[in-house]
Design a protein around this ligand. Structure first.
Ligand code: SF4
Length: 456
């Protein structure tokens, strides 16, 4: 089953046959569609349409073209709509200096405001960036967009934008332009998108792929786009289909019927599950095979806000330890970790973070000092004896720099957090004895060997 991660089925071009278009998509194998709004009127409509069709979801936002018209009341309404169950993202939002239909200052303000809302409501963003690369990157960085995550919609082939999006842990959506005869540069750039970060989109009614170019586009045409991507990446179509739909599940929660647990107990510890996003794609990750840990469903439909997590914790003193863990990398949401951790400590609990150690890379600064007040212990998955082994095992979005980055995080964490441990899993290919030596001699921290396949 395919997912069209970006469509505009609210467009009036579908008023006569929306049902048929959605039926044709289902017949072609497109089970999920994310409809993106662009302005207050569209937002209300995409939200309403998502209520009518089980596989259709909505995103609500202010497109840069509409940035100048958006009023205070529109942003209030946007927040209301964003809280609806089938609204999965804030978007479209971003900058468009190609058509420049709104002054740049208004576009920037609206983009920042949408990003702020996304972070507050723990929703990803759908980023529209056209001829505005430098400013888009500057805002994504300064507003810590990695904390909410998102997708670079309508990827145009810019290597700079692709690499920046990947660095921030964003997904990249490939659309019909990849099939156009003159799009060689785009096709080359698509080859550099890891499967774990790929989404497909039609952007219908626009950008119909080659075989129907010039006609009204529709979600069923995603298959032609997927076939081209399959050819470019040299992977079977079924793999592109599975990966892009699974990625849409991680990012938007599409296809996930029930919200996984945001807190769960194992013995005398309470685990917190605040995100399913991760900067790694480890070969041994339990998520590859199941949504469950010790019978707790951890697949999130939506990431919880700090307030929701705090309510779910209750009295932290009831537990020996409260642990950020779950089905993703908690330090992607650094601000949420700090807020929740501080609250737990203030109320007499003890906090540990289980992390892949890539927080410095994610946030482009050393973060351990910021965690000192809200964390008692940190456990970092070292997982490998060298960078090549780590890269093979963990497929980090930071490539070969990931291993050195995590070691730097451990060394810095020792200066600010009293209890620092590294762990390694007994997976074939990992030299456990060498890992022990690295923990002892190079990093000067405790270690714990974890048995492959055993959790909790
Ligand atoms: S770092 Fe952890 S959550 Fe992320 S992919 Fe690896 S095992 Fe899974």
């Amino acid at each position: 089953m395919f997912t069209d991660s970006h469509a505009h089925l609210d467009d009036s071009q579908y008023n006569g046959d929306r049902d048929e278009v959605i039926k044709r998509a289902a017949a072609a194998g497109v089970e999920y569609i994310v409809n993106a709004g662009s302005n207050p009127k569209d937002n209300a409509l995409v939200a309403e349409i998502s209520g009518r069709y089980p596989g259709v979801y909505a995103a609500v936002g202010i497109h840069p073209h509409h940035a100048a018209e958006a009023t205070e009341a529109d942003f209030v309404e946007l927040r209301k709509l964003a809280s609806l169950e089938k609204v999965t993202a804030i978007g479209e939002t971003g900058l468009d200096y190609f058509r420049n239909l709104a002054p740049e200052g208004d576009q920037k303000r609206s983009f920042k405001r949408c990003l702020g809302l996304a972070k507050e409501l723990a929703l990803p963003i759908i980023l529209h960036s056209r001829d505005a690369e430098a400013d888009s990157i500057e805002i994504l960085r300064s507003e810590n967009a990695q904390e909410c995550g998102g997708v670079l919609h309508c990827f145009n082939g810019s290597l700079k934008m692709r690499d920046e999006a990947l660095r921030l842990g964003f997904y990249i959506a490939v659309g019909g332009a990849v099939t156009f005869p003159k799009a060689d540069a785009l096709r080359e750039a698509v080859k550099g998108i890891p499967l774990s970060r790929l989404l497909l989109e039609t952007d219908c009614p626009y950008l119909a792929p080659k075989s129907v170019r010039g006609k009204r586009n529709e979600p069923a045409n995603i298959i032609e786009i997927a076939q081209k991507v399959s050819e470019l990446l040299g992977r079977p179509l079924s793999e592109i289909e599975a990966a892009s739909t699974s990625n849409a599940g991680y990012l938007f929660g599409v296809g996930i019927r029930t919200q996984g647990k945001i807190v769960y107990e194992i013995r005398d510890q309470l685990y917190l599950n605040i995100t399913n996003r991760c900067s790694n794609h480890c070969a041994f990750c339990i998520r590859n095979g199941t949504d469950f840990v010790k019978r707790h469903n951890l697949r999130l439909k939506k990431e919880p806000t700090p307030a929701e997590v705090i309510t779910a914790i209750g009295d932290p003193k009831r537990y020996r330890e409260v642990v950020f863990c779950g089905y993703g990398e908690p330090l992607i949401r650094l601000s949420a970790v700090k807020e929740i951790g501080s609250w737990v400590k203030k109320h007499g609990g003890k906090i540990r973070i289980d992390t892949n150690g890539q927080a410095n890379l994610l946030h482009r600064r050393k973060v351990a000092a910021e965690l000192a007040e809200s964390v008692d212990a940190v456990s970092v998955s070292l997982n490998a004896q060298d960078s090549a082994c780590y890269d093979k095992m963990c497929c980090s979005q930071y490539g070969e720099g990931a291993y050195e980055g995590l070691k730097e995080f451990v060394l810095d964490a020792k200066n600010h957090i009293k209890d620092v441990t590294v762990t390694f899993v007994t997976v074939p290919g990992v030299d456990v004895e060498r890992c022990k030596e690295i923990a002892d001699k190079e990093l000067g921290v405790k270690y714990r060997v974890r048995e492959y396949g055993k959790v909790g």
